[in-house]
Every structure is written in C-alpha cells, then in structure tokens.
Design a protein around this ligand. Structure first.
Ligand code: DGL
Length: 288
C-alpha cells in the first residue's frame, strides 16, 4: 500500500465511526435552528457550539469569518461530528463554499458541512405573490449578496431588497431584545427596508438571532407581510438531506443526547440558552 492508499483506507475506516450532528453559530442565534431540529429529529445526538467569545461575525471581514468558522468546524469534527450545520447566515454566506470546495476534500471527504441560505432561498420565491421580497440580515450577509444571487438563480423574476441591521445581534446577545430601546432599531430598519419597495409582501429573517425579535417585528409590520424564520425551513431541508444520503444518516449517532459548548463563559451561556430553549442547559467551555 502506498501512502495515498494508506491515507484513503484510514479515512474510510474513520468514516465508519458514528458521531453527533454539529450545529454551529457565532453565538446564541443558532439555538433558534437547533430547537426546531431537535423537536423534529429528537433521535439524533447533537453538539451545539456557540463562538460567543468572538460574536458578532456580521461586522467582520470575509477572511475573519472564514477563519473563525473553519476553526470551529474543525473542533466539531474533532469531537466526532460527521455532519455540521452552519446555523449562521453570516458564516454560510462567507465561509461555507470555501469550506465545502477547498477544505473538506483535504480534511475529510466523508464529512459534510451544510448552511442555512440555500434552504431559505428555495422556498421564498414561491411564497411571494408580488415577487418583491425583503431580506433582513447582518451587514456581512447583505454585502455578500448571497441571498440576491441564490434567489435570482432559482426565481429570476423575483426582486430582492436587502437591509442590514447591525444593532439587532448585539440586542439579542445582550438580552435587550425585549426592551423599549430595541423598538427604535427595529422600526428604523423595517422602515428603511419597506422604503425600498411598497410591494414587499414576504420578509426573511436571514439571521438566526432575529427570531427573538420576531414578535416586535411582526407588530411593527403591516399585517399582509409574511415574516419567515429559518428553523423549520432548515429542519425540513436537513430531513430531506438525510433521506437522500443514507450512508451519512447511518453514521449519525442516535441516543437523543446533546452537548453544548461555548467559547465564552458557560454560566452566561447556560442562563441565555435556558431562555432560548425553555429547559436547563449545562454547557462546557471550549478554549480556542
Ligand atoms: N446568527 C448569525 C447569522 O445568522 C450572525 C450573528 C453575528 O453577527 O454574529 O447571521
């Protein structure tokens, strides 16, 4: 056996090992995706990793988001994950493609990393009657143009209007999302989005932190506008993916357990995650 064959044989044997599904976000936002996934697919094991020490990603450069995301994906792989979901639009917009195309073949071609943008764009064009849709997201996601590009590929007739909301993630991360102060920033960005087109009838909350603001967002919007959150959309897409990839599905361990990791204080994570999930969480610290 030459070296390449030895490496290949080793990768194949590693690919036989069972492991949890990794869910990654820059902070707490991915918990809005995780809670839907675990509701629909409780049989699998999960590792949730929040990079709370370096949140927000939305204001950082492409290189930084890519570097941070890759580092966290590698940690999840080292913890045994066969499949990692980037439950973060910013990481999906700025790092997913490079990780899939450049890093995965070298790291381990038998593992998979999936994002949250594609599943959202696949359905948004069918929901709008006017063909005018709004995207509320971080500055990084908006500047990447990922939503505009992906929606236009699938629904060329749909017009996409975007608004970056740089204050919304800090409001959620700092537990200020239900405060009166939050109203100002929510109204400001909704107003700026709707000023771009009076025909917008569907708006995607294209940042996994934003569902925590959805009550206020809906209250400030005219009733005819549909507001889309990503938890159920991503869960449905994951379900389909696992159905179509039985080899990978078999490698996902199934004891119905979840481990939570944060790169910041576990005490803060536990308090906040308990609010997001409605049950007690005991996280562990991950040193980067
Ligand atoms: N929750 C992340 C997203 O979906 C981003 C938050 C951040 O700025 O770190 O885009």
């Amino acid at each position: 056996m030459n070296l390449n064959q030895i490496i290949k044989a080793r990768l194949i044997s590693q690919a036989q090992i069972h492991g949890p599904i990794g869910i990654f976000d820059s902070g707490y936002g991915g918990l809005t995706i995780f809670r839907e996934i675990v509701k629909q697919l409780p049989q699998y094991d999960y590792i949730y990793l929040g990079d709370n020490a370096r949140v927000p990603y939305g204001i950082r450069t492409y290189e930084t988001v890519y570097r941070y995301t890759l580092e966290c994906v590698k940690h999840l792989f080292n913890m045994g994950c066969r499949l990692v979901i980037l439950a973060c639009n910013t990481a999906s917009a700025k790092a997913l493609r490079t990780i899939q195309q450049r890093d995965l073949p070298l790291l381990d071609p038998y593992r998979r990393v999936l994002g949250v943008i594609r599943p959202t764009t696949e359905i948004i064009g069918n929901l709008s009657r006017t063909g005018h849709v709004g995207i509320l997201a971080t500055t990084g996601t908006v500047n990447s143009q990922s939503y505009v590009i992906e929606i236009n590929k699938l629904f060329p007739q749909v017009k996409v209007f975007q608004e970056a909301c740089p204050m919304w993630v800090p409001l959620v991360e700092n537990n200020e999302h239900e405060s009166v102060g939050a109203d100002y920033f929510i109204q400001k960005h909704l107003h700026q989005l709707l000023a771009q087109s009076s025909e917008i009838d569907t708006i995607a909350l294209a940042c996994t932190h934003y569902p925590l603001l959805s009550k206020k967002i809906s209250a400030f919007l005219p009733e005819h506008i549909k507001v889309l959150t990503q938890g159920e959309i991503v869960t449905h897409s994951l379900l389909k993916y696992l159905e179509h990839h039985p080899d990978l599905e078999e490698r996902c361990s199934k004891q119905g357990q979840t481990a939570f990791y944060t790169t910041e204080s576990t005490e803060d994570f536990d308090k906040k995650a308990t609010i997001f999930l409605g049950h007690t969480v005991n996280s562990r610290h991950l040193e980067l």
